[in-house]
Design a protein around this ligand. Structure first.
Ligand SMILES: Nc1ncnc2c1ncn2[C@@H]1O[C@H](COP(=O)(O)OP(=O)(O)OP(=O)(O)O)[C@@H](O)[C@H]1O
Ligand SMILES: [Mg+2]
Length: 308
């Protein structure tokens, strides 16, 4: 954790409110994230996690409160206490500094991996294609896909596609990365490779806000866990505190539900591995029987020819 008491937070959210059609979804969220800090956001479905990430990234307008990113008020300029909406161009500039990775990878299907990664730097930032390509190849190496620049998304597994999506976000050289359940659409055996890339990114000092149900990741990688419920922050602190020893009854209930789900997943995984192992054993047995029969046939033929 790189927090120091005198440094300004990279994300400074104060009393953020958001309503959809008159229904309050965020009811006064305060959150600071220091540069280099990894915060995981936990909470039941509908608690407002995605909405909060979308507000930070200005995919949603907020109805109250303020959000600063790297010292700059997002969406507005404060002129002597009065807020003036930023121009679209200025908002686009602010948004470029934030990378976002969603549950679904949203890669362009008609472009290769490399083309997907260089698209925004070349088209949006005006980076020279050659320079963008060199950076993209480095990033693909970093996410373990150095051998796949020419592949198309449909030729990749979900885990590989999600790693391309991460490389694509990193290609814009963001100050902050937002992850919204990046592994929840993946088959269980592909989750680990994506979490590894995220863990490496955290080690490199990237500031990250991660919505995830992966408790292991939260425990190992997060500097801080924030538990949200019904549009408010209920509890926050280091994972050793919030996950291991939650104080609030809503946090306790949520975590015990998560543990049950995790246990059920693990059981399903073991069952499928066992099933696979049994199928392989059956194939091996059939092969052995076939080999045995073949050997016997050869020996019979040899005997027959010797008797002639
Ligand atoms: N564009 C929208 N229009 C109307 N209501 C919305 C919109 N986006 C979100 N909501 C509502 O806001 C609430 C919070 O949604 P949000 O997606 O932020 O929850 P979440 O914590 O991310 O849930 P999940 O874990 O299921 O992803 C929900 O009740 C949702 O129905
Ligand atoms: Mg969500």
């Amino acid at each position: 954790m790189t927090t120091t008491t005198d440094s300004k937070p990279l994300v400074h959210a104060v009393n953020v409110h958001k309503a959809f059609h008159g229904t309050d979804v965020l009811k006064g969220i305060d959150m600071d994230v220091a540069a280099g800090e990894v915060v995981t956001l936990l909470g039941p479905s509908g608690s407002g996690k995605t909405t909060f990430l979308r507000c930070i990234n200005q995919l949603e307008d907020i109805n109250g409160g303020r959000i600063w990113v790297d010292g700059e008020l997002t969406g507005y300029v404060d002129k002597a206490g009065r807020l003036h909406r930023r121009t679209n161009k200025d908002i686009a500039r602010q948004r470029r500094e934030i990378g976002m990775v969603f549950q679904r990878f949203n890669l362009f299907p008609h472009m290769t991996v490399l083309e997907n990664v260089i698209e925004a730097p070349v088209q949006v930032k005006g980076v020279k294609k050659k320079v963008a390509t060199a950076t993209a190849l480095e990033l693909l190496e970093q996410v373990g896909l150095g051998d796949k620049p020419s592949a198309y998304p449909s030729q990749l597994s979900g885990g590989q596609q999600q790693r391309v999506a991460i490389a694509r976000a990193l290609a814009m050289d963001p100050k902050l990365m937002l992850f919204d359940e990046p592994t929840s659409a993946l088959d269980p055996e592909l989750v680990g490779e994506v979490l590894k890339v995220m863990r490496d990114l955290a080690k490199r000092g990237m500031t990250m806000i991660v919505v995830t149900h992966e408790m292991g990741f939260a425990r190992e990688v997060a500097d801080r866990v924030v538990f949200m419920d019904a549009g408010v922050v209920v509890e926050e602190g280091p994972p050793s505190q919030v996950i291991v020893n939650p104080q609030h009854k809503r946090t306790k209930a949520f975590l015990s539900r998560m543990r049950q789900e995790e246990a059920a997943h693990a059981e399903a995984l073991v069952a499928s591995v066992t099933e696979n192992a049994e199928a392989l054993a059956a194939i091996a047995a059939a092969d052995a029987e076939h080999d045995e029969a073949a050997r016997a046939a050869i020996e019979n033929a040899r005997d027959a020819s010797q008797q002639r």
